[in-house]
Write a protein that binds this ligand. Structure first.
Ligand code: PLP
Length: 393
């Protein structure tokens, strides 16, 4: 007997994890029930004691709709298992709490999401878990930053909002040599563009609120990896009560079925806008990993299959002139978040990085004239026309 070939990514996005019922519905139904009934005491015991894979209680994740989207996510990211959460931050918090205990240490490389920065820099130190933050340009200092009590290395790539590219395979190899786990936030790239687990990462976390949900209508998170590493995270999720609602899991599964075509369209539109912005006289620079001028382009070409729908650029002008450009945009909505069908714009100094001191912003290369775009799925010529009119002074 030969093993059948692994289906392609689009096929897995559509079919992986389907739990069909006897009524013939074409995909897993929504079981929004909080609890499930048994026909005997023995049946309850079999599930509670782990002999049977039955449904029991939704907060535990023992719900067919939850299990279905988890199997789909595991298949898409190339992991053995996945857990879903009520938000991306819930997934990160449970993962960090599960992997680290008091006295342990984390190394965080490059810019990370604001909530992640607070969790690592403020909340976890209260529990005696400390973090060393390295800039993406300080990778040479990684080996000396890894201490005997270091449990994991955490990073995103591409990063927000500089779109810096970090070499996943290189970092994971150094971490592994020191017996340290590598955890990658793959929210920006998505599994369509980047496979951190195949490149050597141990765990992948996601804000499914972004591209995986894709329609700005759900909030959720996930962690994907080996069954061995995921097993202890399960109890943290259960007892911190961080479960994704079944209605959200159903909506997420609906969105994942179109993930590949959506992300490829985001990639194409962002690449077009990045090229045109780079030639615009009012634009000083463009950060997009797909541009050959991007400092991380070679690494991006090696580890990414597409360069994503996120880009940032620097307007020639001060903070007020940049805000005026942002305010003139009509199709790009001024909003945090990213990854939805609607194009969004932010000026990092006024939103995502408002809380940082001017010195810290300067150290991280976040300048007043920086504008971040989440390129949506509107017609790219309409998006370009909007940018052109906003940039015309
Ligand atoms: C949004 C985001 C998060 C946090 O996700 P929530 O779903 O808002 O909790 C984490 N990492 C990245 C890269 C994000 O963009």
């Amino acid at each position: 007997m030969t093993t059948p070939p692994t289906p392609g990514l689009s096929t897995r996005c559509i079919h992986a994890g389907d739990h069909l019922d006897e009524r013939g519905g074409i995909h897993t139904p929504l079981y929004n029930h909080s609890t499930f009934a048994f026909t005997s005491t023995q049946g309850v015991l079999d599930v509670v004691e782990g002999r049977a894979n039955g449904n029991l209680y939704t907060r535990y994740g023992l719900n067919p709709t939850i299990r279905s989207v988890e199997e789909k996510l595991a298949s898409i990211e190339g992991g053995e298992a996945a857990w879903v959460f009520s938000s991306g931050m819930a997934a990160e918090a449970a993962t960090l709490l599960s992997c680290c205990k008091t006295g342990d240490h984390v190394v965080c490389i490059g810019d990370v999401y604001g909530g992640t920065y607070e969790l690592l820099g403020t909340n976890l130190p209260d529990l005696g878990i400390t973090t060393t933050f390295l800039l993406g340009s300080q990778l040479d200092r990684l080996p000396e930053a890894l201490r005997p009590n270091t449990r994991l290395v955490f990073f995103e790539t591409p990063t927000n909002p500089n779109m810096e590219v970090l070499d996943i395979a290189a970092i994971a190899a150094i971490a592994r040599r020191h017996g340290v786990l590598t955890v990658v936030d793959n929210t920006f790239a998505t599994p369509v563009n980047q496979d951190p687990l195949a490149l050597g990462a141990d765990l992948v976390v996601h804000s499914t609120t972004k591209y995986l949900g894709g329609h700005s209508d759900l909030t959720g998170g996930a962690v994907i990896g080996s069954a061995r590493l995921l097993q202890p995270i399960w109890m943290w999720r259960k007892n911190l009560g961080q479960m994704m609602a079944p209605e959200v899991a159903f909506l997420l599964a609906r969105s994942l079925r179109t993930l590949v075509i959506r992300v490829r369209a985001h990639n194409d539109a962002a690449a077009t806008l990045a090229r045109r912005l780079a030639e615009h006289p009012r634009v000083a620079s463009v950060n997009y990993p797909g541009l050959t001028t991007h400092p991380g382009h070679a690494v991006a070409r090696a580890q990414m299959k597409g360069f994503g729908g996120m880009l940032s650029f620097v307007v020639r002008g001060d903070a007020a002139a940049t805000a005026a450009v942002v305010d003139r945009l009509r199709l790009f909505a001024i909003a945090p978040s990213l990854g939805g069908v609607e194009s969004l714009v932010t000026q990092p100094v006024t939103t995502t990085h408002h809380g940082l001191t001017p010195e810290e912003r300067a150290r991280r290369g976040i300048v007043d004239g920086m504008v971040r775009l989440s390129v949506g799925l509107e017609d790219v010529e309409d998006l370009w026309a909007d940018l052109e009119q906003a940039l015309a002074s």
